[in-house]
Design a protein around this ligand. Structure first.
Ligand SMILES: [Zn+2]
Length: 293
């Protein structure tokens, strides 16, 4: 009896866990894979009860995000909500707007609670020359950042993926370091936005999913890097490769070899760094293997 009561009290303080749904005007139903999530996570979102060809606008993180149908006649639309690994903990909303056949506007939303992620912090003291790129290197870093921004600003309005996302190394299912904060000489650096897989140099790296290669070149921090566009704002990134086996513009199939593990860029040893970006949100890439869009 006491146990039940205390469990009830505890639950009252916790945000709702698990999937949520809400019935909105004109029979539209919104669903989210969870009402509670944490920094660096991914939520599956669904709009059902739509008429064929009925259009919806979705907003997440103050930005419009794409919604798509599996077939043009499907009454269900899908979206992925990426929770950036630095999005402040708090309460947010996934907002949807649409118009009825007579043009009457409607709006509906579902609340999402974002909790702080549990990320380790590493404090290091190193000589300044290893922390600060010189002016020439800094120029390269800025050019790299511009390139990446232009890529992530582009939303290809097409599903380029087919079936499941896979881990880009054979026989590997877990990786580490996602979200790790690093404080160098007392100064906080950007958090580590990818998953690191230790692997021997030369190990083949495979495309996690089909798509189009949008970058295949050497960048200052990430070394030989490949970025694949999977459509609708979903991008995967593969860094520190010893060799790149594809070119920008190439279409790739899931599991196609795109390069080999290496230690290029600013690294201490060979490993694969795998990143996932969804509508600009940096998300733990392993989550898209577990939660397929
Ligand atoms: Zn890394």
């Amino acid at each position: 009896m006491l146990a039940c009561l205390s469990a009830g009290l505890t639950q009252g303080k916790q945000p709702v866990q698990g999937p949520v749904r809400k019935t909105c005007d004109s029979g539209i139903v919104l669903k989210l894979s969870s009402a509670t999530t944490s920094q660096g996570s991914l939520l599956l979102a669904e709009i059902s009860g739509a008429k064929p060809a009925q259009e919806f606008s979705a907003v997440w993180d103050d930005r419009p995000i794409p919604v798509w149908r599996e077939t043009p006649a499907s009454p269900t639309l899908h979206a992925l909500l990426g929770v950036d690994l630095e999005k402040p903990a708090g309460r947010y909303e996934w907002k949807i707007t649409w118009s009825a056949a007579d043009g009457k506007p409607f709006a509906c939303s579902l609340p999402v609670t974002v909790r702080a992620g549990k990320f380790p912090t590493e404090r290091l003291t190193v000589e300044k020359q290893f922390v600060q790129p010189d002016p020439e290197q800094q120029k390269r870093v800025e050019e790299d950042q511009k390139k990446m921004k232009a890529i992530y600003d582009t939303v290809t309005p097409e599903v380029l993926w087919k079936g499941k996302f896979i881990v880009p190394l054979k026989g590997v299912s877990t990786g580490g370091n996602f979200g790790r904060r690093r404080v160098l000489n007392g100064e906080a650096r950007s958090p580590h936005a990818g998953v690191d897989f230790p692997a021997a140099a030369g190990t083949p790296v495979y495309a996690a999913q089909s798509g189009k290669v949008v970058l295949a070149e050497n960048l200052y921090y990430s070394g030989n890097t490949v970025v694949i566009d999977h459509g609708f704002g979903i991008y995967t990134l593969y860094a520190h490769l010893s060799e790149i086996g594809v070119q920008a513009g190439d279409p790739v199939e899931a599991s196609a070899e795109i390069g080999k593990v290496g230690a290029t860029g600013r690294v201490t040893g060979p490993h694969l760094h795998w990143g996932l970006t969804i509508d600009h949100a940096r998300v733990n890439a392993l989550q898209i293997v577990q939660r397929q869009p």
